[in-house]
Design a binder for this molecule. Structure first.
Ligand code: AGP
Length: 572
């Protein structure tokens, strides 16, 4: 994971401005950070980025880290340097064969200061440039390194900034007086809209007045620039956390998506619906929350008479036969490495790729033959909320094009009705905050919702939660139900779910029914005003989001940046 940001400028830039840009990438990892400049600054620390640095520079590289190799320490934070301290690098990705490279370098006398895989890059270049230039060493590195990397490198005393990448993203921003380079354009979207994306196995050499892009053998490439418009979300407004703000934005983001699907995105919507209808098979691929949305996609398409399957991205290669398939990737970030890897695998065969992404210009969108945007706006909290409901609405709209009967005109109003329940959810959260385990059960379209609510409870509230098919409880998990074990039961119109809930209740479970049924079934009930089953899925999820939020708040947890996680998961 991690976010990297660098710049090279004709004018002096303050290091705190560099860190301000880096801060926009903090959602990619936030356990430690650091910066190095051509004017001698070398600063790193654990924890979130502090903007107190004061140094003026023309070249800077910086990184915000999500630890993979080596613990969260100052030594392991980036930048890293070689033995001389002259070669400085920041890295995003994993050098899989770093031990082999490190051992070779150690036999040549190199001493290492960190436990990271990344530090080998600096030493590799120290060794390489003894005999050849930096560009030639980059070509060698491409041939020798295994794994994923985007790297920014500069050498003290030189007026060049180098960047090279494989799998991890890198984008150059063209400024008035120099260039920016970062893991994604959010780092500099407030400074320029003109960008150039680097593709895999390419490198860039940047000076203060120009930059050139080369393939890994050193052949110069010509590359046009793109103009991007990114809506950058900076403020929490009246909300204490981005999570709560993003939950409350769902009525507006739903309307925005629906409007775009009738206008700007209409053509692509019809093209994707057509591609699904005409494909031999449709396979969804996604991770985490987006995977649960894609399970709902399978449900909705089935209702429209179309068979499809959803395969979790990290297992895609072993479970999917994607010849002649339409592979549909769902991803908020558009950068999830498991999904990218699955798509690369699919592309090796005869699959076509479609995607639904929230972040425009993201890698997954650029890899796709067809793509739609989920239009949820920037989502800052690590936990996905508004992007999930918009993924569902997008899937429903496609299913509708293919024959599923659904009316989405009232969905924004239905979502708003959930906010009237907030006080009750808060009280429930207070009562559940000390529980070690919570079970959520659903059937049919409520099953993916149960998984999504459980994920929210785990990642935000740090409570072990299991979302499962109601019918599966009796096949084993029922053994874990004791007196007062909380079971959140998602009771829509599916008939069998009530029997499953009774089975848990008979073993002493505390049943918290989340239902849109008129009749009273259980003592403890949260009634949601969903008219359709699909509406139930969205509204029940939002109740789950609020519950996770208020439990985490009761516990005083870092809601927007939960421990050990990152918003964009760019490692396999
Ligand atoms: C959601 O709350 C999680 N943070 C996580 O599971 C996420 O959905 C997953 O990593 C996939 O991300 P993507 O949608 O950006 O591909």
């Amino acid at each position: 994971m991690c976010g990297i940001f660098g710049l090279i400028s004709q004018e002096l830039v303050s290091s705190s401005d560099v860190l301000k840009s880096l801060k926009h990438l903090e959602y990619r990892g936030y356990d430690s950070y650091g910066i190095a400049t051509d004017t001698g600054l070398f600063e790193k620390d654990v924890g979130e980025i502090k903007l107190t640095s004061s140094n003026n520079c023309n070249i800077a590289i910086s990184q915000t880290r999500w630890a993979t190799h080596g613990g969260v320490t100052k030594e392991n934070a980036h930048p890293h340097h070689d033995c001389t301290g002259n070669v400085l690098i920041v890295h995003n990705g994993i050098i899989e064969n770093y031990m082999e490279i490190k051992e070779n370098l150690q036999t040549l006398g190199h001493k290492f200061q960190s436990e990271t895989d990344s530090e080998v890059i600096a030493h590799y270049f120290e060794e390489g440039i003894k005999a050849q230039n930096v560009e030639e060493t980059i070509s060698d590195f491409f041939n020798e390194a295994k794994g994923t990397f985007s790297v920014l490198l500069f050498i003290k005393g030189s007026d060049r900034l180098y960047a090279f990448k494989r799998d991890s993203p890198l984008v150059i921003g063209i400024g008035n007086r120099g260039f920016f380079i970062a893991s994604d354009p959010y780092a500099f979207s407030q400074l320029t809209q003109d960008v150039v994306f680097l593709e895999d196995d390419e490198y860039a050499v940047l000076t203060k007045s120009r930059f050139s892009i080369f393939d890994k053998s050193g052949k110069e490439l010509s590359r046009g620039k793109n103009k991007i418009e990114l809506q950058k979300e900076e403020s929490r407004g009246k909300y204490e956390h981005f999570m709560l703000k993003e939950i409350h934005e769902q009525p507006e983001s739903a309307e925005k998506l629906l409007e775009s699907l009738e206008t700007r995105q209409k053509e692509n919507l019809l093209a994707i619906a057509d591609a699904i209808k005409n494909s031999q098979k449709a396979i969804f691929v996604a991770s985490g929350t987006s995977y649960y949305a894609s399970l709902l996609g399978v449900y909705f398409l089935k209702k429209a008479g179309i068979e499809s399957q959803a395969i979790i991205a990290s297992e895609f290669k072993d479970y999917a036969n994607c010849n002649e398939a339409l592979v549909i990737a769902l991803s908020q970030s558009g950068e999830t490495m498991d999904v990218i890897d699955a798509l690369k695998h699919a592309k090796q065969g005869s699959a076509r790729i479609a995607s639904f992404v929230n972040v425009p210009y993201s890698t997954i969108q650029r890899m796709s033959d067809l793509s739609l945007q989920t239009e949820a706006g920037q989502e800052i909290c690590v936990a996905s909320t508004k992007s999930f409901s918009n993924q569902i609405i997008l899937l429903l709209t496609i299913a509708k094009e293919l024959g599923y009967k659904i009316n989405l005109r009232k969905i924004a109003g239905e979502i708003k009705s959930v906010f009237a329940l907030e006080n009750g959810i808060r009280t429930l959260a207070h009562g559940l905050k000390d529980k070690h385990d919570i079970y959520i059960i659903g059937r049919g379209l409520s099953y993916p919702v149960s998984r999504e609510i459980a994920l929210k409870l785990k990642e935000i509230s740090y409570i072990h939660a299991e979302g499962m098919m109601g019918g599966e409880l009796k096949h084993g998990t029922l053994a874990l139900i004791e007196k007062d074990t909380p079971v959140i039961a998602l009771i829509d119109n599916n008939e069998s779910i009530v029997s499953n809930v009774r089975e848990a209740q008979a073993r002493g479970a505390r049943i918290i029914a989340l239902t849109n049924r008129k009749e009273k079934l259980f003592e403890e009930e949260i009634k949601i005003a969903a008219e359709s089953d699909a509406g139930f899925a969205i509204l029940a999820t939002i109740v789950g989001q609020l519950l996770a939020y208020y439990i985490a708040k009761e516990k005083g947890l870092p809601i927007d940046k939960p421990r050990n996680l990152s918003k964009s998961v760019t490692v396999l």
